[in-house]
Ligand binder design. Structure first.
Ligand code: AMP
Ligand code: GLY
Length: 420
């Protein structure tokens, strides 16, 4: 089987490596990929915002399956365009991807499905915003309605900052979502679905803030680990019953069946599990740790979703005790990442026990040097017999890598490993 992976992040690098481990896969092509992906498989240029170009590329390459990594192409209809050519596709239609593309749409689906989430107001004027902020009080949670690469949400106790972000979102789009603050630890639970059958993967935790101890602004994600030793027993079953299955059922019943990966971002609050957000695709960086633990062939899940045959497959098998990924971010990330700096030490780090250095924002220079080319540059992904061992290995590998001005969190999985 020949598979085309769309995207250029460490998530896509993890998908490429998982596909290469699968004996059913004869060839993998990535578009556009990055320097690390290009060292392992064929890559092609493509504008990921152009659904027709993605479908045409899949046709030209004669692939059997297209796996779409990022939300942008999904919301732009890439899965619809691929399927219209009779090619199998892992990823939801544009209509179903609205569960990520519009927070207001997601809130409506959750209301219809009886899924527990934060109370929210969808505001279309300054007066609405002021009323909503007053109604909830601090800390304020203000969300851009549309896609914002993980950076559209401001959580703050400063009323002026909340109002300012809300007005910026309103000016840029037509509406802004203001919601109740949810306390408690966050969990990312991914489920593979074909629109009817739902198969949960292992829960993971992402570190969204830029700095140690959750200081600084939100980012696309600075690190992750799985599994979660502290998670309550029965969490996955509970989320399946109260969140994932009802959401998939409602999406099907309303005529926008969801196939692909449904990502539930959850808060385990003192009043129970609440959905913070849904995404319509694999999360980054959680995918790096989830796939590091997946032992059964990934195509069972991807093809089962694309073909509507998930009810026929066995439950996924998991190996390895623990996985940790630490993101190496460029100088200035997230506000204004600097690009074009040389990176050294990747091969030394990648050769270490249990280590997989996955590339995100990297590009090869004309002279064959690996240069930074984005905010999140590398995702150093490591397995171990425990979270502590994986952490030791991850930071030892990270210390082999040099990129001027780069920064990484040093506390990924530290609390879960009982170290802080
Ligand atoms: P989102 O893009 O909706 O996942 O939000 C990004 C991050 O903002 C989440 O991972 C949370 O850390 C935080 N956040 C979002 N919504 C809430 C909420 N209602 N209460 C507390 N924190 C939130
Ligand atoms: N890890 C956050 C995201 O993928 O949106």
């Amino acid at each position: 089987m020949k598979v085309l992976v769309i995207g250029s992040g460490a998530r896509e690098h993890a998908l490429v490596r998982a596909l290469l481990r699968d004996s059913k896969v004869t060839a993998v092509v990535a578009a556009p990929g990055n320097a690390g992906i290009a060292a392992e498989v064929q890559t092609c240029a493509v504008d990921v915002k152009d659904a027709a170009a993605i479908a045409a590329l899949a046709g030209d390459l004669g692939v059997d399956l297209v796996v779409i990594g990022p939300e942008g192409p999904l919301v732009a209809g890439a899965a619809d365009a691929v399927r219209a050519r009779g090619i199998g596709c892992f990823g939801p239609s544009a209509a179903a991807a609205q569960i990520e593309g519009s927070k207001a749409f997601a809130k409506q689906v959750m209301a219809d499905a009886g899924v527990p989430t934060a109370q929210a107001f969808v505001c279309t004027s300054r007066a609405d915003i002021e009323n909503a902020l007053t109604a909830f009080g601090a800390p304020y949670v203000v969300k851009d309605d549309g896609l914002a690469a993980g950076k559209g949400v401001v959580v703050t106790s400063d009323l002026a900052e909340a109002l300012d972000h809300a007005m910026t979102c309103l000016t840029a789009g037509s509406q802004v979502v203001i919601e109740e603050f949810l306390d408690g630890p966050e969990v990312s639970l991914f489920a593979i679905t074909d629109g009817t059958t739902v198969i949960p993967l292992v829960p993971a935790q992402d570190f969204k803030r830029v700095g140690d101890g959750d200081a600084g602004p939100n980012t696309g994600g600075m690190g992750a680990y799985a599994p979660l030793p502290w998670a309550p027993v029965g969490l996955v079953d509970e989320v399946m019953a109260s969140v994932l299955q009802p959401t998939v059922d409602v999406m099907r019943e309303r005529g926008t069946p969801f196939s692909g990966l449904l990502y539930a971002g959850l808060a385990l609050t003192s009043r129970g599990v609440r959905v913070i957000e849904f995404n319509a695709r694999f999360g980054d960086p959680e995918t790096q740790v989830v796939l590091a633990l997946l032992e059964s062939p990934i195509t069972d899940l991807l093809l089962g979703s694309a073909r509507g045959t998930l009810h026929e497959i066995d439950a996924p098998r998991w190996g390895g005790a623990a996985a940790v990924t630490v993101v190496v971010a460029a100088a200035g990330y997230p506000a204004s990442p600097r690009i074009g700096d040389p990176i050294t030490g990747i091969a030394t780090a990648d050769a270490k026990d249990g280590v997989s250095v996955l590339h995100a924002g990297t590009i090869l220079s004309d002279s064959g040097e690996v240069l930074s080319n984005g905010g999140r540059v590398l995702s150093v992904t490591v397995t171990g017999d425990s979270l502590s061992e994986a952490r030791v290995r991850a930071y030892a590998a990270l210390d082999c890598i040099s990129l001027a001005g780069s920064h990484a969190r040093r506390d990924i999985a530290a609390k879960a490993a009982g170290e802080i």
